[in-house]
Write a protein that binds this ligand. Structure first.
Ligand code: G6P
Length: 508
């Protein structure tokens, strides 16, 4: 534990998340063997779902020899696991146990595509009008939370630190709290925003959600305003709870929950390293795969997002269109690459949103495109981390324009991968958690002000290189300072502190 000087967990760690860090899949018929098949069965491949959460936690769990419990969504997942769904990972290294939970289709539809992503996701991001409260979704959400809680209890003992991730598990913490020894630490990090109470009031079973979360000893959010709104929501909708706003604690049914703001970071050193390793190759691939003309001297803008209505992609495209209208000299000189990752496409809102984005790209390209230039290069291709780092490194600016986002790790990844000191620029929405950390040295954008965003793009392109360099250097300092290890150490320090608190002994 902590032998490389990394974060030290104050007990044996049990991480619980919806997404698993490794997924086993059968090669599809006629598929190309990626060469990473398992020893036991070469037709099975292992992939690591991209995303800051799983990628960031995996090395820590590897060091702590812990357990990770997650939904087994790969078609070969249970063929490589034992009868309890357990498999040693990473493949070949076997540093810790991944325990997979098998969910029937109905559970996936109601728990994942239902209450998690049709209720809590839109609600937490301030879109109550998109909430779909379908029959049985909450009941399945509860059932799946129970299933995860049962698995946790099987692995937990007095010294365990149970650490839930995100909004898929609002009920499980109290279930676990009630079933384990008082010495067991129960904690959660909520990776999405917490909404204003005037929005939270539309949450079906909102009282149950709050009660569940108050089963945690420690509840983490990215920034102060989410903490404040959570405490306000508890005050308004759970009158039996005792809220100490100043001390940021809540007493409810024998549990004391400390609520903290600990902004998540990225593994900055690894983005930096990978970006340095990519060399000139990516320029070639930009040229061949994405048709960027003369990429070595073209100015490249970049957007990298899951295809989600919270990310403000249509607004960003509208701003680009406005920019090319107002600044025709940049046509042919500035190319925008938008990498989008398909997500939750079984939900019609996501499907419609994807269609809108694709048709807007097409429209803008046919409006301004010429025989050898397209203003927007749009791709939904899967990118390896190295390819992503290549794009980050060679993009002159990154446009991050969510209408709301808990943190936004892409902004931080870009900064970490901007290794050339050539004055790369970050344009950052003021409605993302990352703005608290990076806003003063990014170019701030209001994602719903299309004219303003177009002007900010022009500002970024015309800003003197010395100023751009100065800003990026400061951004890099901040991202390296507040990296993923810092985030985890902060969580673990809090857990350690709470362990000593007398209030714990009063708990049943
Ligand atoms: C957000 C959530 C994560 C989630 C990720 C990808 O970042 O906070 O919990 O894993 O999106 O979404 P997905 O539904 O594909 O897991």
């Amino acid at each position: 534990d902590g032998r490389d000087g990394g974060p030290v967990c104050p007990g044996s760690l049990i991480v619980v998340s919806n997404r698993q860090p490794y997924r086993h899949e059968y090669e599809s018929d006629g598929g190309v063997d990626a060469g990473n098949g398992t020893d036991a069965d070469p037709s099975i491949t292992v992939d690591e779902p991209t995303g800051g959460l799983t990628a960031g936690l995996d090395p820590v769990v590897q060091r702590t020899d812990g357990t990770w419990i997650a939904w087994g969504d790969g078609d070969a997942d249970f063929d490589v696991a034992d009868e309890n769904g357990c498999v040693a990972v990473p493949p070949g290294e076997e540093a810790y146990t991944l325990r997979r939970i098998d969910l029937p289709d109905e559970a996936i539809d109601s728990y994942y595509y239902g209450f998690s992503n049709r209720v809590l996701w839109p609600l937490c991001h301030g879109f109550p009008e998109l909430v779909e409260d379908r029959a049985n979704d909450f009941e399945w959400y509860r059932t799946v939370n129970e299933q995860f809680a049962d698995a946790v209890v099987e692995h937990a003992d007095e010294d365990s630190v149970v650490w839930f991730q995100d909004y898929h598990f609002a009920l499980a913490p109290r279930m676990v709290r009630n079933a384990v020894a008082p010495g067991t630490t129960v904690a959660q990090f909520w990776h999405v925003p917490w909404p204003d109470p005037s929005t939270f009031r539309y949450c079906p079973a909102g009282g149950n959600v709050l009660e569940g979360l108050l089963g945690n000893d420690l509840l983490g959010f990215h920034v102060d305003r989410y903490v404040d709104r959570f405490l306000e929501s508890v005050e308004r909708f759970l009158p039996a709870a005792r809220v100490d706003r100043k001390g940021r604690t809540v007493h409810y049914e024998g549990t004391t929950t400390r609520v903290v703001a600990t902004p998540m970071g990225v593994d900055a050193a690894s983005y930096d390293r990978e970006a340095r390793e990519v060399g000139a190759g990516p320029l070639e691939s930009l040229r061949s795969e994405y048709d960027v003309p003369h990429p070595d001297d073209a100015v490249i803008g970049l957007g990298v997002d899951r295809l989600d209505y919270t990310k403000g992609i249509p607004e960003r495209l509208a701003a680009l269109e406005r920019f090319f209208e107002r600044y025709p000299d940049w046509r042919g000189e500035f190319t925008f690459v938008q990498k989008a990752t398909l997500s939750r496409t079984d939900i019609p809102t996501y499907e419609r949103h994807g269609d809108l984005v694709r048709s807007e790209v097409e429209r803008i390209n046919s409006r301004f495109g010429t025989d050898d230039w397209q203003p927007v290069i749009y791709t939904e291709d899967y990118l390896e981390q190295a390819e992503l780092c290549a794009l980050y490194r060679h993009a002159d600016l990154l446009l991050v324009s969510p209408l709301v986002d808990g943190m936004n790790l892409v902004a931080q990844e870009y900064v970490a991968a901007s290794v050339d000191d050539t004055g790369d620029t970050l344009l950052l929405s003021d409605r993302v958690g990352a703005h608290d950390l990076l806003g003063s040295h990014a170019i701030t954008i209001d994602p719903s002000d299309i004219d303003g965003m177009a002007e900010r793009i022009a500002d970024a392109l015309e800003m003197p290189i010395d100023e751009r360099r100065r800003r990026m250097r400061t951004l890099r300092d901040r991202v390296f300072d507040a990296d993923i290890e810092r985030w985890m150490s902060a969580q673990f320090d809090w857990m350690r502190r709470l362990h000593g608190e007398p209030s714990r002994s009063g708990r049943r």
